[in-house]
Design a protein around this ligand. Structure first.
Ligand code: ZN
Ligand code: ZN
Length: 92
């Protein structure tokens, strides 16, 4: 196994099949890094970094913390409802 900590990338022998880091220290560093990345992402959103809707690629409002704009969210919801109705129709 190669340690997933990019600063380390050391070859090591995994003691368990899901071991991804050579040491607890590397695991801790990587977890911290992930937390920081999440933190900066949230901060960027708050600062008004432009984000695009995953549905229509229109710009998202900085107050919208979802990947879709309000319109696409509504669209998705109504589609979901329709699917649900379809299922109910199939049953009855
Ligand atoms: Zn390591
Ligand atoms: Zn949209």
């Amino acid at each position: 196994m190669v340690c997933l900590n990019s600063k380390c990338s050391k070859d090591f022998i995994a003691k368990t099949h899901n071991q991804k880091y050579c040491s607890d220290e590397c695991c801790r560093i990587s977890t911290n890094k992930r937390i920081m990345e999440k933190y900066y992402e949230k901060k960027a959103i708050k600062n008004g970094a432009p984000r695009k809707c995953k549905g229509c690629s229109g710009l998202l409002s900085r107050y919208n913390d979802q990947p879709y704009c309000a319109r696409c969210n509504k669209l998705k919801q109504s589609k979901y409802k329709k699917d649900l109705m379809g299922i109910i129709d199939d049953i009855s």
